[in-house]
Design a protein around this ligand. Structure first.
Ligand SMILES: Nc1ncnc2c1ncn2[C@@H]1O[C@H](COP(=O)(O)OP(=O)(O)O)[C@@H](O)[C@H]1O
Ligand SMILES: [Mg+2]
Length: 311
């Protein structure tokens, strides 16, 4: 299967905060990135999904100008990565945040504010915003990984960047903090910041991003809205029936599908045949006591798009 996905990069736009074209990166003989195209507009939240080693961090480091591409082009707010203009426009939350362990959170963020030329008086407010105000005057060496990541997020918010690159921001956070994280991402986007979120935590980005770019072995294999990716993948809907008296044999004999255990039968159907299937199920009367319907999950989609093109 070699389905080619039409990416947004097919239509370059002067308003793009990020424009990546035909980007390649080799580490020695290994090609880490291969002809990557990616665009972000102001206020767009884009998830960059891929397994470990897919090339997500590499792409971010190239966008930041920390590494040099082997080929292709990148513009950040119209400027070359690493230039003063591009650096001013971008903010980065690395996968592993490294701070001065001996400084307190407040001292560290104040230092960052001075370096970024941001008003120092916002520091207290930002520490509050990311939920570490209580620990602000303790040394960072005593903080948990989740707390340090929140401090990293405060640093991202400092300069009101035009693009924020967040590398695996949910690793090390507890579920409630993830909720907070996405609230902050939404807020940034509303203020016009484009946000690129690298993640392998698929369930995290399902409802919270405008677009999903799926990366596999250094290539972007899909880049679109979740709705359009779902429609194009034509993945089946799963219907799970629970039989009366925990007896699935009769239901299975009459309707087919697959027996999951003594009590349940699972059927797959397309969106078009769903109503017809449900009518058949209803005709079984009391034999079926419950029906659960599961649309394709993001995991299903991810598997679909990252399996294609095995070359
Ligand atoms: N400095 C490096 N030297 C050699 N190979 C590297 C280097 N950095 C990354 N790679 C390789 O590039 C690939 C992509 O890595 P990475 O961008 O970190 O993926 P991800 O962030 O998606 O997990 C991996 O196969 C990794 O082994
Ligand atoms: Mg990474």
């Amino acid at each position: 299967m070699t389905e080619r996905t039409e990416t947004r990069a097919a239509s370059p736009d002067a308003r793009d905060v990020l424009a990546v074209r035909g980007l390649c990166k080799s580490h020695g003989r290994v090609r880490t990135l291969d002809a990557v195209d990616l665009d972000l507009k102001p206020g767009e939240r884009v998830a960059l999904l891929g397994h470990n080693g897919a090339g997500k961090t590499t792409l971010m480091k190239l966008i930041l100008g920390l590494w040099t591409p082997s080929g292709g082009e990148i513009r950040v707010a119209g400027a070359v990565p690493g230039s003063a203009e591009a650096r001013k426009a971008s903010a980065y939350l690395p996968e592993a945040v490294a701070f001065h362990r001996a400084l307190t959170g407040r001292e560290q963020l104040t230092l960052f504010a001075r370096l970024a030329g941001a008003p120092v008086k916002t520091v207290g407010e930002l520490l509050e915003r990311v939920g570490v105000a209580d620990a602000a005057d303790r040394r960072i060496g005593t903080w948990s990984k989740g707390m340090r990541q929140r401090l990293g997020l405060a640093q991202v918010l400092l300069g009101r960047p035009r693009i924020a690159l967040l590398d695996e921001p949910t690793s090390g956070l507890d579920p409630i903090s993830r909720h907070d994280l996405y609230a902050i991402i939404d807020e940034m986007a509303q203020n016009g910041t484009a946000v690129l979120i690298a993640s392998h935590a698929l369930t995290e980005v399902e409802a919270r991003t405008d677009r999903i770019a799926i990366m596999r072995k250094g290539r972007i294999v899909a880049d679109d809205t979740l709705a359009r990716l779902s429609a194009r993948a034509e993945l089946p809907i799963r219907l799970r029936l629970t039989a009366q008296n925990d007896d699935a044999s009769e239901v299975h004999a009459r309707i087919g599908g697959e027996r999951i255990n003594g009590a349940s039968v699972e059927l797959l159907c397309s969106p078009e045949t769903k109503m017809q299937r449900l009518a058949h199920i209803a005709a079984l009367g009391d034999l079926v006591i419950d029906v659960e319907m599961a649309p394709p999950s993001l995991e299903d989609l991810y598997r679909h798009y990252s399996q294609g093109d095995r070359t």
